[in-house]
Write a protein that binds this ligand. Sequence first.
Ligand code: NAD
Ligand code: DAU
Length: 339
Amino acid sequence: MKLLVTGGAGFIGSAFVRLTVNSTAHRVTVLDKLTYAGNLENLASVDGDERYRFVRGDIADPVLVNQLIGEEAPDAIVHFAAESHVDRSILSPEPVFHTNLAGSFTLLEAARRAKVARYVHVSTDEVYGSLDEPLEASEEFPLKASSPYSASKAGSDLLALSYFTTYKLPVLVTRASNNYGPYQFPEKLIPLMISNALEDKPLPIYGDGMQVRDWLYVDDHCRAILALLERGREGEVYNIGGSRSLPNLTVVKEILRITGKPESLLTRVTDRPGHDRRYALSSAKIERETGWKPEVPFEQGLVDTVNWYRTHADWVARVKSGAYRDYYDQNYSGRAISS
Ligand code: NAD
Ligand code: DAU
């Protein structure tokens, strides 16, 4: 197959491109704007492969998107590109709506016109909102968004499904839980805590730290998407979870244990506005229909991830320079709570 992968220079998109080029015969064209989160270093290992092409551009630019789809005639589109961070979406919602809503719309329209034969829209478990114990969201659960990020993902998720219902565009929607692994931008919990711990910096815990997330190793997520590209049913939604629900504080203490750093680095900060308490989802449908299951146990994945950040200090230093420092100050300064 010829794949058009949007957001392929980001964390999950680049893992998907590396896995696809290395383990399948598919050809991959990446369309990515290279925002603060996009990084060509993440794709260096496939650069030069004749089955890989990179195009820099905005998914919300209809001229570019129509031209690229006309030129490439992809058999399938896998749509990862997004503004993906909840805290940034709270500080500055406009880019979130530009990319996640207007961009997703532009891409769907171009795919419809070109009659693309397969379209995977990458959504998130955040669209189900916070769930009380012991609930686990199935794909039929109502959507309930709390942040500008999750509202934009819920909107684009429904828009994608409407293109199947209305225009018969062969869309599949995936809703994955929290990913972690190499090359994740250090604004998200796990890479931020690992890189701060390795630099002996404070680890900012929002509120009481008892919010629960379900952790999925990034390569397991990418294998799930490959399985759905081959065997998923059109018009369907598939949850993709890691089957490993943990409170944030447990995850961060485990990072301190692996890095050998003291718990005195833990710093309580004021909570995220509208913070969802608990995400939980059932992956029974994708497991039943495709045979996929998460393969990487959290303990192993976390040790591997810490090792990756330890051995990629140059990548981290480059990513954490410049605009990252401004973001960090904007999000964290003045929030420490003295206990
Ligand atoms: P990321 O922020 O690491 O990467 C996003 C990529 O999209 C970057 O390369 C960026 O340059 C690109 N991009 C942003 N705006 C663009 C635009 N207008 N045009 C073209 N490219 C643009 O994100 P991620 O964590 O890899 O997430 C990828 C997708 O997976 C997103 O759709 C996200 O909502 C979804 N998702 C993420 C998680 C998670 O835990 N990270 C979990 C479930 C679903
Ligand atoms: O659930 C899937 C979603 O997971 C994806 O759709 C999003 O793209 C991805 O960013 C992620 O959203 P979260 O808000 O759950 O991830 P984040 O890493 O920002 O935060 C995880 C938890 O850790 C959350 O409860 C907030 C908390 N946290 C986060 C940061 C950055 C802290 O306590 N301190 C922090 O500094």
